[in-house]
Design a protein around this ligand. Structure first.
Ligand SMILES: Nc1ncnc2c1ncn2[C@@H]1O[C@H](COP(=O)(O)OP(=O)(O)OP(=O)(O)O)[C@@H](O)[C@H]1O
Length: 780
């Protein structure tokens, strides 16, 4: 980006010497940074009054009142433009001198600084009706060099801050290529008539060196979020612009690597390019400016000057093998406005942009402060140019390779006061910084290719010879040694041949070297992109690894805790296992014991069952015998009853149900003891007696009589139903006999009639009453 010429690298050492020399040089060789101030008209929407008054064209007075305290401050600048100042006035004061210097081969830097919306873009660019400094510079430049321009592509940018001079043949070839490209792609560089900024007021620089041929190149870059982008880069094809890197050339001049530098031959072409770049520039709506620049933009105009080329008989230029090339550059920088987020209320992307803008402006301020301190106190502090792209790109200017000018734009409303005070303070301080006066530097350049045979003319040959004959050894000869002339001429021819061969060889080597350099540069870019990718990958991997490590640590800690728990549980399991084993053992023992007991019981039960069987058999036999005896007795009782014989009352007559021997094996076992349990009749139930008398009983004649309310008296039991009648529940048998005294004794045998299962009944005697009459007179 900075003026430089190839093939004449200044060693770093020399450069350092120069820097130190410059620092020691007297103030006569230095120029202070020229700072101008421009007040813009008050915004219509703001009803605030202006808080600034011009005391003189160089001094501005700012008054403010806060909390009842009135403050007044004044700032001095090289010149202050009021809000009535026209764009032309501004150009005449600032742009014109810069342009003059540019055509004299001197570099210049003009930057506009100020709060957002203060009129920086307006001042530098302007609008259709009021073109700013930049379009006026372009216009004036082309007005001045109109007929002094080199044919296109004679001087060609190598995109590494250098230029090369081409032969006319190569230039023609390039021109054809360009035309072909324009036709094929309808490139936006093709003139489309949009000359929004085109002004032609005919302004010209008067004393332009007429013996030089000029070539003008423009480039347009922006620094957005501290990254550099080429606004004329057509390769982006509407996609996102590629981030460019800043480099130092062999002369330690900063430049944007690979930036597109377009050679323009008319002002209109330059405007077209500017508009193309402007469309790509990042602008956005903010609370304070509807079209706020979100980046710093730099429009570069480079002028390359060659000694005027001779022309052949056809009027075509004759390109010498070497020539002095002077390159100068004017950088017009539209800084993004400083802004306070409290006023803009920016968020998201806008806020990020604002932060990048403020950071780079702050760094610009720091650099200038350090520079001033170094100059004023002879200190040797490091100027932090590298901290932001903006300052790094322009470091050469501040170190003395160009004229630096600043225009401070101010909106004089009270609302902007606080921010304006900061701006003014900085601007005033900047004036104290002194910059080495820049001098034009002409660099010898070797033509890229040998002169085309087609354009060779005697004039050219002469020129060619003149160049080649420099540094040729001097051959002296005497007229007496005229014979030697032939050999001397041969020697001269040899030397010339050698020189030409060498020159050709150098050119070839040079060409190869340059090609290699370009390749290396491309490789470097590619490698850089790859390194960036790899770095990104590495960072991602590193963050992944650290995440994983954290996870592993956590897992290990958990694992340790779980291991401890596991140990405890294992211990518990072992204890429980032991308990289970012990219990199992006991259980087994119990089972064995139980089995033994069961076997014993089975044996005992077998024995008992045998014994019981034997006893049962014995009892059954006994009962059978008893049954037989009973049956016999009953038979006798029946016979006795039937024969109306007196029953032996002492014998209890019981009709037993038939007894079946109990056998455990017989299923139809009947529990007769239960079945034949005498049923007790309810006492409330009235008892009915069956009174069994003799045919003619003797009257009882006793005071007490047997208690039988209801009775049925019979003398003979003829049929079973006499007894089984269910209404009768009591039976009594009256028996009378005479004792030894001749007294009649009546015995009443009482019993319950109990029904039997066979449908019969049995009488169970349970009471005997003896009734007897005794005379009180009878002797005992
Ligand atoms: N001197 C002036 N005369 C008339 N209009 C002006 C002047 N200065 C600025 N303006 C107008 O003010 C508005 C904001 O100006 P401009 O865009 O130049 O501000 P800026 O400082 O570049 O802002 P930012 O830093 O946000 O990009 C524009 O509409 C512009 O036309």
């Amino acid at each position: 980006m900075f003026a430089a010429s190839k093939f004449t690298p200044t060693p770093r050492k020399l450069r350092r010497e120069k820097t130190s020399a410059s620092s020691c040089s007297s103030d006569v060789d230095k120029d202070p940074v020229h700072v101008y101030c421009r007040l813009r008209p008050l915004k219509e929407t703001v009803d605030a009054k202006s808080c600034m008054v011009l005391s003189t064209p160089q001094e501005i007075c700012i008054s403010s009142e806060s909390k009842g305290i009135r403050r007044e401050m004044s700032y001095k600048f090289r010149h202050i433009f009021t809000s009535y100042a026209t764009q032309k006035e501004i150009f005449d004061h600032i742009g014109f001198p810069l342009l003059e210097d540019l055509l004299k081969g001197k570099n210049g830097l003009l930057f506009a600084y100020g709060v957002t919306g203060s009129g920086k873009t307006y001042t530098l660019t302007g609008d259709r009706n009021n073109p700013g400094i930049m379009p006026r510079c372009i216009d004036t430049l082309f007005n001045s060099i109109k007929d002094l321009q080199t044919p296109k592509f004679i001087i060609k940018s190598d995109r590494m801050n250098g230029f090369e001079i081409q032969s006319e043949t190569d230039a023609v070839q390039d021109r054809l290529n360009e035309n072909r490209l324009l036709r094929a792609t309808r490139n936006c560089r093709k003139l489309n008539g949009d000359s929004s900024y085109f002004v032609n007021e005919g302004t010209m620089i008067p004393l332009v060196n007429q013996s030089n041929a000029y070539a003008v190149f423009v480039s347009y870059i922006e620094i957005y979020n501290n990254s550099v982008f080429d606004l004329l880069d057509e390769s982006s094809n509407g996609k996102t612009l590629q981030n460019k890197i800043l480099r130092e050339d062999p002369n330690r001049n900063m430049y944007v690597n690979g930036v597109v530098e377009v050679e323009v031959k008319t002002a209109q072409e330059a405007f077209e390019l500017f508009l193309t770049g402007q469309k790509r520039k990042r602008m956005a709506y903010t609370n304070l400016n509807s079209e706020s620049s979100r980046s710093h933009s730099v429009f570069n105009i480079r002028v390359a000057q060659l000694e005027r080329l001779p022309v052949d008989s056809d009027g075509r230029p004759i390109i010498p093998e070497t020539n002095l090339l002077t390159v100068s550059q004017l950088s017009i920088v539209d800084l993004a406005g400083s802004e306070r987020s409290s006023r803009t209320n920016n968020t998201g992307t806008r806020l990020k942009e604002a932060s990048a803008i403020n950071n780079s402006l702050m760094n610009l301020r720091t650099c200038l402060e350090v520079l001033r301190e170094n100059q004023q106190t002879n200190a040797n502090k490091i100027v932090p140019y590298r901290d932001s792209r903006l300052t790094y790109l322009f470091k050469n200017y501040f170190e003395g390779d160009g004229n630096v000018q600043m225009i401070v734009c101010v909106h004089p409303a009270i609302t902007d006061l606080e921010e304006n005070l900061h701006v003014m303070k900085f601007a005033e301080m900047t004036q104290d910084v002194k910059v080495q006066k820049s001098e034009p530097k002409a660099t010898p350049i070797i033509t890229k290719k040998t002169i085309s045979k087609r354009v060779a003319t005697p004039a050219k040959v002469m020129n060619h010879k003149t160049n080649l004959l420099t540094n040729i050894p001097v051959f002296k000869f005497d007229v007496n040694e005229i014979d030697l002339c032939g050999s001397i001429i041969n020697d001269i021819i040899d030397v010339l041949k050698q020189k030409k061969t060498k020159s050709n060889e150098i050119h070839r080597v040079n060409k190869t070297f340059r090609k290699r350099l370009v390749d290396i540069d491309k490789e470097c870019l590619f490698n850089k992109a790859q390194i960036d990718n790899l770095n990104g990958l590495l960072q991602r991997q590193q963050s992944k690894t650290s995440n994983l490590e954290t996870k592993i640590n956590l897992i290990e800690t958990k694992n340790g805790v779980l291991g401890e728990k596991n140990k405890e549980l294992n211990e518990m399991v072992r204890t429980l296992q032991n308990t289970i084993d012990e219990k199992d053992l006991k259980l087994n023992q119990n089972l064995i014991e139980k089995e033994r007991t069961r076997q014993k019981l089975a044996l005992a039960s077998e024995i008992m069952s045998q014994e019981l069987d034997a006893k049962l058999k014995k009892q059954r036999d006994h009962l059978n015998a008893a049954m037989v005896a009973k049956d016999m007795q009953l038979k006798k009782v029946r016979e006795a009853l039937e024969a109306e014989v007196t029953v032996d009352v002492n014998t209890e007559v019981t009709i037993q149900p038939p007894q079946t021997p109990k056998s455990p094996k017989t299923q139809s076992t009947v529990d007769y003891s239960k079945r034949y349990t005498p049923r007790r009749r309810s006492k409330s139930c009235e008892e009915k007696w069956l009174e069994h008398n003799s045919i003619k009983p003797v009257p009882l004649g006793t005071v007490l009589q047997p208690s039988m309310k209801k009775r049925k008296s019979v003398t003979k039991l003829t049929k079973a139903s006499d007894v089984t009648n269910p209404k009768q529940s009591k039976y009594c048998l009256l028996a009378q006999e005479q004792d030894t005294d001749g007294e009649i004794e009546t015995k009443v045998y009482k019993g319950d009639i109990v029904p039997t299962t066979g449908g019969g009944a049995q009488v169970i005697f349970n009471d005997v009453e003896r009734l007897r009459q005794q005379s009180p007179t009878a002797s005992d």
